[in-house]
Write a protein that binds this ligand. Structure first.
Ligand code: N01
Length: 529
């Protein structure tokens, strides 16, 4: 097996059985498609690709992945800024069903992660299922046919028995509402839409934002720019990160003995689980995490005033922890300055801070995060009886186990409400979601049925979830993208990763109403032939 191949154990199963009766319609011809899709997947990032792989392995191949971009990869296709890397070890930030022995480092960079995604697409033969340039404008339930209709801005709509919303929370960039944004005459770059044509060499650079993206970008920019001014609104908790190069012997070992890699993954998993005690819950152990952060700051920053400027005033874990050993040294380079005065406005030549100084800049880098939908939905979704999900979620998104929503049958969310980890790999959570929804979809197809979660079960689940969230660091009093403006947490899961995975181990069909839809589908099929 070549080095670039994923484990052959994951070779897709040959397709057979009744699902083949419904051929995948060719690109652009959905209106003429004789049969609806079994599954429409919205989004071609990690979640969409993983879902398609697992469905294929269950021999459900009458599916399509609708992706608005022109390539797979989602956030890893979009985040190509210098220094972009994952702050979770690659061994854990990958799918267990697609192990990669060739990760070059403990924490691999974005290009390598994107290559991993692309390799999965090829090794599991997903290209024919990918529909690029399909920008979804709405998803609507049709009661008469028991089918979802997915509409696009530039393509005919398609119908599907099940829909998987895999569009991801970090898809839309956020430019802050700073006054004078349009008056600035220099170059503007958002971290998630990097302009690789722009040459930073010898330039005066301003960076707004010191979150997970900002702390990765600044150490790279200081190497080439004439000067870098970093505009920090809130200092975050930073912990050291040691990024080792993977030895050839280790790669060979993992290739020859996949079980060894699986053990390494488990070791990382349980290591991260132990950190949850201080990072997820606002507990005495949170002080231990803070002590590590303060020690890291003290060791890397000698100047007491700078240290003070960089010391957070909220509980560790409340905002995402910053895993970096490079940010503090970068800030102390001669060509770098930390600016902590609040920004008043952008001016034609730079950034004006409230004390009246104008900081001139040839380029402003906005490391200001994403427009995360915690209350609405990424696209309009209309469910049973014309209900609109954005309305139901207007004061905060809620789902059953983050995956199903009452009133929206046969619809599943990946990275749905309250599925975010604060201490572990998003892919561990995603893999559990995928296996759960693939089971549910297989069940529905095998029984020709419609699955809809019961409203009382969803409500019970959320009451308990919100009670548990009260004791977490995220709800301990800082502002972050995890919370709505009213402080409602629709984002994070209050527990260990093992608890999250455990609750998704099997579908409890008693929590769903299961109705027959054979007759209606048959009628719908007859009408379309
Ligand atoms: O965005 P953020 P990000 N004036 O929202 C500041 C994932 N991720 O792109 O803290 C001045 O965290 C804002 O200040 P404040 C990860 O899940 C993962 O960095 O609000 N400043 C903050 O400093 C992460 O959580 C990796 O006071 C303004 C920054 O901009 C998520 O992406 C790597 C401002 C935004 O920080 C988002 O991270 C990178 C204003 N008006 C990202 N508005 C991995 O390694 C905002 N800010 C996996």
């Amino acid at each position: 097996m070549s080095e670039t191949q994923l484990s052959s154990q994951q070779a897709p199963l040959p397709s057979h059985g009744s699902f083949q009766q419904a051929p995948l319609p060719s690109h652009g011809s959905f209106q003429q498609a004789p049969l609806p899709l079994d599954v429409a997947i919205i989004g071609g990032g990690f979640a969409g690709i993983g879902t398609a792989i697992r469905l294929k392995q269950k021999r459900i191949e009458n599916l399509a992945i609708f992706e608005r971009g022109s390539a797979p990869g989602g956030t890893w296709r979009d985040n190509t800024y210098p220094g972009a890397a994952c702050d979770i070890p690659s061994r854990l930030y990958s799918y267990s069903f697609a192990p990669n022995p060739d990760w070059s480092h403990t924490y691999s960079g974005s290009a390598e992660i994107l290559k991993y995604i692309e390799r999965m697409v090829d090794d599991f033969a997903l290209r024919p299922m990918l529909r690029f340039g399909h920008n979804v404008t709405g998803v609507h339930w049709d009661e008469a046919s028991s089918l979802w209709e997915v509409t696009f801005d530039d393509h005919p709509s398609v119908r599907a028995r099940s829909v998987v919303m895999a569009s991801g929370p970090l898809a839309n960039v956020s430019f802050p509402g700073i006054r004078g944004l349009d008056t600035y005459e220099g170059h503007k770059i958002h971290s998630a839409r990097w302009d690789h044509e722009f040459d930073f060499t010898g330039k005066k650079v301003a960076v707004i934002g010191t979150g997970a993206s900002g702390v990765q970008i600044v150490p790279e920019l200081v190497k080439v720019a004439q000067s870098v001014k970093v505009f920090q609104r809130t200092p975050g908790w930073a912990l050291p990160r040691t990024n080792l190069t993977t030895r050839r012997t280790t790669k060979d070992l993992y290739r020859k003995f996949p079980a060894a890699q699986s053990i390494a993954r488990k070791a990382w998993f349980w290591g991260h689980e132990s950190v949850a005690l201080g990072v997820v819950w606002n507990s005495p152990l949170t002080r231990v995490v803070e002590a590590v952060g303060k020690l890291h700051l003290r060791r890397q920053v000698r100047d007491p005033w700078l240290r003070r400027q960089l010391t957070p005033d909220f509980r560790a874990g409340c905002k995402r922890l910053l895993m970096t050993s490079e940010f503090y040294p970068a800030l102390q380079r001669d060509n770098c300055t930390l600016v902590t005065w609040p920004i008043a406005r952008l001016a034609p030549k730079g950034i004006r801070t409230v004390e009246g100084i104008e900081h001139q800049a040839d380029v402003i880098v906005f490391a200001t995060g994403f427009d995360v939908s915690k209350t609405g939905t990424p696209v309009p979704i209309t469910g049973r009886d014309g209900r609109v999900l954005a309305d139901e979620w207007s004061s905060g998104a809620k789902a059953y186990k983050s995956i199903s929503v009452a009133g929206y049958p046969n619809m599943y969310f990946t990275f749905g409400p309250n599925s975010g980890p604060g201490h572990s790999s998003a892919l561990v959570y995603m893999e559990a979601q995928i296996d759960y929804l693939v089971d549910a979809i297989s069940h529905a197809i095998a029984r020709n049925s419609v699955l809809e979660v019961r409203a009382d079960k969803q409500s019970e689940y959320n009451t308990d979830l919100q009670r548990r969230l009260q004791r977490t660091t995220w709800n301990s009093g800082c502002s972050s993208w995890y919370l709505t403006e009213d402080g409602f947490n629709a984002t994070m899961f209050p527990g260990f990763a093992s608890q999250y995975v455990g609750q998704l181990k099997s579908v409890n069909y008693d929590d769903y109403t299961v109705t027959e839809y054979r007759a209606r589908v048959t009628a719908a099929r007859a009408a379309t032939v």
